[in-house]
Design a protein around this ligand. Sequence first.
Ligand SMILES: NC(=O)C1=CN([C@@H]2O[C@H](COP(=O)(O)OP(=O)(O)OC[C@H]3O[C@@H](n4cnc5c(N)ncnc54)[C@H](O)[C@@H]3O)[C@@H](O)[C@H]2O)C=CC1
Ligand SMILES: O=C1O[C@H](COP(=O)(O)O)[C@@H](O)[C@H](O)[C@H]1O
Length: 247
Amino acid sequence: MAQSVLLTGAAGRVGTAILGGLADEHEWRLLDRDPPTDDYPGEFVVADITDDEAVREAMEGIDVVLHLAGDPRKTAPWDSVLTNNIDGTQTVYEAAVDAGVEKVAFASSNHAVGAFETEERTPEMYRADDDYLLDGTELPRPGNLYGVSKVTGEALGRYYHDEYGISVVNVRIGNLTEGHPPIDYERGQAMWLSYRDCAHLFDRCIRADYDYEIVYGISDNDRKYYSIERARDVLGYDPQDNSAHHD
Ligand SMILES: NC(=O)C1=CN([C@@H]2O[C@H](COP(=O)(O)OP(=O)(O)OC[C@H]3O[C@@H](n4cnc5c(N)ncnc54)[C@H](O)[C@@H]3O)[C@@H](O)[C@H]2O)C=CC1
Ligand SMILES: O=C1O[C@H](COP(=O)(O)O)[C@@H](O)[C@H](O)[C@H]1O
């Protein structure tokens, strides 16, 4: 059944991948501080994610929120991640629980655990003959302030789930690129997420039933140091792409 979905950060890369695969699958309300430059499904709200009133209005009648809006730069300074990623995410959760939203999928990041990639482990852990694996049960270990903001977003979800019962899935997205995996970048190839798998994964976040989850969002790459088993088990994620199948 089509669900009413609010997609924040809709004008960005992840939003484009999701809408590219799912435009006709759900009833969309899109939100971004940048106006659309292309055709889009549903309604488009131009607003900042920290604007409490606008976010509350955008939340009316919504079943599921895909919360992507934020500063995606791994070099982002504290004032930006504090405002856009942390304050913005808290504004979204507060409005979501007040509006009776059922589920929130939060765009977390590989950078929530980036500091596991120590000098002793790299570059070996990016390679096929290494079996190092993170599965989402490990403690967070951010390697930059952007990663700290993603860990904080995951903790906000934990709080709003425990306190208000809203279903939450944190998707630690790897490296999204269109058409083919990153070139000459072993790390990016191991955590590649194709556009097709990205759309499918967030579709599963919309449709599946869950309580509070942390999953990794990557394709079924031969070499991966993030497990996708939890995403398979809980969400029914069934990725089709593999960075090893590209030159
Ligand atoms: N692209 C990737 O490979 C990865 C992305 N992510 C996360 O996914 C999310 C989306 O990332 P991308 O699409 O790559 O970034 P992007 O920069 O292409 O898109 C982000 C969108 O959010 C909007 N936005 C930013 N701050 C906003 C605010 N305060 N209010 C309203 N809109 C705002 C921007 O206008 C932009 O359209 C981010 O939260 C990012 O941290 C996480 C891991 C990997
Ligand atoms: O969280 C993010 O991660 C991806 C991949 O990280 P990188 O360190 O390999 O660049 C990045 O492309 C994206 O912009 C960022 O939001």
